[in-house]
Design a protein around this ligand. Structure first.
Ligand code: IMP
Length: 421
């Protein structure tokens, strides 16, 4: 290690949790650095399914210290419910720490999220309505409520009162009721976990720790580099792992990009390789492409190497992990987008202008499928030639080595890929 980032290279839901879970075996700390409970990781361990939203996936290992770092926005009630759920399933949650500098998502943020989406009408973002955007907006506006404010009742009330005054006429905030709930339901339970996570992580690194930084959402939902405005309100790209955790950029030694063997997107926004046919439906059904979090049906499409190539640049990817290759098992042919056509030209890069991106049409190469069950494959030699060719093509087009390939939902359904010489 010492610090590795795992980041989504598409629009989220790539199955990052599975690889984070695998890498966590060798980690001492697993850190969430951005986003909130808009994320959803499903992990299947010994047949038991865990659906995590806010808690770092490393929580399932007793040796890991799970860290919710400063860049995260925390709905405290969701966090407490998630910890209860994990404890009920026999998981030790005692090591989880939360940065005092992380911001709280409060009920008024969720109300504002709903009002903002309604105001946008047909142009709505399709947010998770979890209050993520409004909480980050308050942070940028310097009226956010931080986790450490829970420790100072008078200050907490003063800050929430100021917010309530600012929202007057749009959202009614019951200041006394909210402060009372925070102080009685939340503060006593979270107080022992509130930590200076920057000091914790740096001291741990100095002592030889191996830190895994777990990105939520993904590159093209990044507020700077994604398909704005159809993005989330944080920076999932790897550069923010440093800001969102307080580790320095040179503390990060490796960045692993996770990409689905096809693509999916939830919510609105442009999607050049989207499928509207039976194959799209098949990917939804075989891939169980419904939000972990909201239950929404995901949009599906072919793998877009132009986007993942861009993700490789934006994140300094050192390697890629491919997930859900088995979902393509039944297809007679598979397409892979290697360029876009725009105004009669073939371009291999992502257009910087959002209108151009929305107008770009995919240029595909078509490859034969393998049409057999690959779930038992653990080495490249176990794969049919067509599947090996597909992976080699992704690797060539994206320009980053593949290291791991997911062949099924279970913890052990992973193949170690070696680049064919
Ligand atoms: P928000 O993050 O709830 O504000 O939603 C903004 C956009 O990001 C919407 O299109 C959401 O569907 C999408 N989004 C947010 N979190 C995730 C995620 O974890 N996976 C996939 N899409 C997400």
């Amino acid at each position: 290690m010492p610090a590795i980032v795992v980041v989504g290279t598409q629009w989220g839901d790539e199955g990052k949790g599975k690889f984070t879970d695998l890498l966590a075996i060798d980690a001492t700390h697993v850190v969430r650095y951005q986003g909130g409970h808009n994320a959803g990781h499903t992990l299947v361990v010994d047949g038991v399914t865990f659906k995590l939203q806010l808690v770092p996936s490393g929580i399932l290992y007793p040796h890991v210290v799970p860290v919710i770092a400063n860049g995260v926005v925390v709905d405290p009630w969701v966090l407490l419910r998630e910890l209860d759920m994990l404890e009920a399933k026999g998981i030790d949650v005692s090591k989880l720490v939360v940065s005092g500098n992380a911001h709280l998502i409060l009920p008024y943020h969720q109300e504002i999220d709903t009002l903002n989406e309604a105001a946008l009408g047909d142009s709505k973002i399709g947010t998770t309505l979890r209050g993520i955007g409004p909480a980050y907006a308050d942070k940028a506006d310097r009226v956010g409520i931080r986790v450490q404010d829970l420790l100072r009742p008078a200050y907490l009330k003063e800050r929430i009162s100021a917010v309530a005054r600012g929202l007057a006429g749009r959202v009614d905030v019951d200041v006394d009721g909210l402060v009372d709930r925070l102080l009685t339901e939340v503060a006593p339970l979270l107080a022992p976990r509130i930590t200076d996570t920057v000091a914790l992580l740096h001291d741990a690194l100095a002592g030889g720790a191996r830190i895994l930084l777990e990105g939520a959402q993904a590159t093209f939902l990044d507020i700077d580099h994604g398909t704005y405005p159809f993005v989330t309100s944080s920076n999932p790209t790897a550069g923010f792992a440093s800001v969102g955790s307080g580790l320095g950029p040179r503390d990060i030694s490796e960045v692993i990009g996770v990409a689905k063997a096809y693509s999916t997107r939830v919510g609105s926004g442009p999607y050049p390789t989207e499928l509207f046919d039976d194959i799209g439906d098949l990917l939804v059904e075989r891939g169980r492409e419904f939000g972990t979090n909201t239950g929404r049906r995901r949009r599906t499409g072919w793998f877009d190497a132009v986007m993942v190539r861009q993700a490789a640049r934006l994140n300094s990817l050192s390697e890629i992990a491919i997930t859900k290759l088995d979902i393509l098992d039944t297809l007679p042919t598979i397409k892979l987008c290697v360029a876009y056509e725009l105004d009669g030209q073939h371009i291999r890069h992502l257009p910087g202008d959002s209108d151009d991106f929305a107008r770009a049409t995919p240029v595909y190469i078509e490859m034969p499928g393998w049409q057999c069950d690959i779930s038992a494959a653990r080495t490249p030699a176990d794969l049919p030639e067509a599947a090996r060719n597909y992976l080699a093509c992704i690797e060539r087009e994206v320009g980053v080595p593949i290291r791991l390939v997911g062949t099924g939902p279970g913890r052990d359904e992973i193949l170690i890929w070696e680049t064919p010489s």
